[in-house]
Design a protein. Structure first.
Length: 65
């Protein structure tokens, strides 16, 4: 039986928190920042958690659970 490999693209995008939840970056902070308000850009800096609906899919890609 071969080893289960981690999807490297997922490993670079998601981190596991201490309580076992998945952390991700918010979308929309890549480019075209001049038209976005200061408040919006500031809020895009913080990370957020992966939705419950998508959690299982991401865990599988990371080779966890």
């Amino acid at each position: 039986m071969p080893k289960i490999r981690t999807r490297r693209c997922a490993a670079k995008r998601f981190k596991l928190t201490g309580s076992g939840k998945l952390k991700r970056r918010k979308m929309g902070a890549g480019h075209l920042m001049t038209r976005k308000s200061r408040k919006r850009k500031r809020n895009l800096r913080q990370a957020t958690l992966v939705a419950k609906v998508d959690e299982q899919r991401v865990f599988r890609q990371l080779g966890l659970r």
